[in-house]
Design a protein around this ligand. Structure first.
Ligand SMILES: Cc1ncc(COP(=O)(O)O)c(C=O)c1O
Length: 391
């Protein structure tokens, strides 16, 4: 495959892109690094497959192409050493929908659902809107790396009201790619206390060497039987706007209940473009993914290098995802001051840390899936803004 030019500047304002929408980033020339998608064009193989489908011109009701599920099964086996049977896979419109259905089916209003903040903010909104009680098991930051607090997890999982955990594997925003040992420890605690593990594995393909994504359900039958995996190629191939998702549920009782709920809510309708894009991605875009991971790693390295000259801003080294978790606490700004500083002085439209839970105060999540030139400019602006603070 010839090299992909990830340096090409593509004007995202030509379509109603959320990442650069004035409602999200305001007006003016800002570094749009909040919304979690990439500025890069999707893999050529995906675009060509979509064009062929578009050229057909008939968009009546469709079923799923026989090749779609095998494309996912082969992908999981080939890249992640996870052997999944086709009957365990259900379709979902998107990951958040699958998370919401899992909570509404397998917990009651008022029941507790564990989350591990700082964590993807939509977990909080979704649980609140579904009237579930959020139980926090905060991650611990030690020596620049986050890890799980298993003693606290054990205590909270033992609460009879606690029925479920939303696991984020790999973790948005702190960039941890959980190890088999960590996942097993979590799985053993949850298994013992009958806490169902709902594992959001959206970022599974975006992992930097030498780290390795371990699917929670691949750890063994007892882990698979007490879990629901939500997965999608949306982030991996930058196709969020024309993508759907999958739930992988080996436990037959849970799967049947999920299937019945999907039918009741009529979420089974097929979107031809999503199906075509996903299948082409899994079957033909692996070389593109290899290249984008190299580009993203170089962007991470650039940030790490430049931050050495920017006092008071620390990078939490990511093991995966294109989202960086930056620690601004040493700048000694209040939450509002940090928001204004990033937005007004640095021109950075990023995700504010406290949206990921109280533990995120003083941090920000920054999406680095952009051209190197854009990142260079953004880092230059940050450096100037920080030096302005100190002068
Ligand atoms: C961890 C995680 N889960 C889910 C989503 C959203 O998934 P979807 O768009 O399929 O609902 C995101 C998007 O940023 C995410 O980071």
């Amino acid at each position: 495959m010839s090299p992909v030019n990830f340096d090409e500047q593509i004007n995202r304002r030509e379509v109603p892109s959320l990442k650069v929408h004035p409602r999200i980033i305001g007006e003016g020339d800002v570094f749009a690094a909040g919304v979690a998608d990439m500025d890069f064009r999707a893999p050529a193989a995906v675009i060509e497959a979509l064009q062929r489908r578009l050229n057909h011109g008939v968009f009546g009701y469709e079923t799923v192409d026989d090749g779609l599920m095998p494309s996912l099964i082969n992908w999981l086996d080939r890249r992640h050493d996870w052997n999944v049977e086709q009957r365990s896979i259900l379709r979902a419109p998107n990951i958040l929908n699958a998370l919401a259905i899992a909570a509404s089916l397998f917990t009651e209003p008022g029941d507790g659902v564990l989350v591990q903040p700082p964590v993807f903010f939509d977990f909080f909104d979704l649980l609140k809107e579904n009237h579930r009680t959020i139980i926090s098991n905060p991650l611990i930051l030690e020596g620049g790396r986050y890890h799980m607090d298993f003693d606290d997890l054990e205590k909270k999982a033992a609460d009879p009201h606690c029925k479920m955990i939303y696991l984020c594997n790999p973790h948005n925003p702190v960039g941890r790619v959980w190890s088999a040992e960590e996942l097993k420890q979590l799985g053993d605690i949850c298994g013992e206390h009958k806490v169902l593990v709902v594992s959001d594995e959206m970022h599974s393909d975006l992992v930097f060497k030498p780290h390795r994504y371990v699917p929670f359900a691949s750890l063994g039958s007892n882990y698979a039987q007490n879990s629901i995996t939500c997965i999608s190629p949306a982030k991996s191939f930058n196709i969020a706007a024309c993508c759907s998702a999958f739930t992988i549920i080996e436990n037959e009782t849970l799967r049947t209940a999920f299937q019945v709920e999907n039918s009741r809510l009529t979420v089974n309708k097929n979107n031809a473009f999503a199906n075509v894009a996903m299948q082409a991605a899994y079957e033909q875009a692996e070389p593109w993914l290899g290249q984008v991971l190299i580009y993203l790693q170089a962007n991470v390295d650039l940030v790490a290098e430049r931050l050495q000259d920017i006092p008071g801003v620390e990078l939490i080294k990511p093991e995966g995802t294109f989202l960086l978790w930056l620690d601004f606490r040493q700048l000694d700004l209040s939450t509002d001051q940090l928001t204004d500083f990033l937005k007004i002085k640095a021109g950075w439209a990023v995700s504010r840390g406290y949206a990921f839970g109280e533990q995120g105060r003083g941090f920000a999540r920054v999406n680095i899936a952009c051209t190197r030139a854009k990142l260079e400019t953004a880092l230059g602006r940050l450096e100037m803004a920080v030096s302005g603070l100190n002068s």
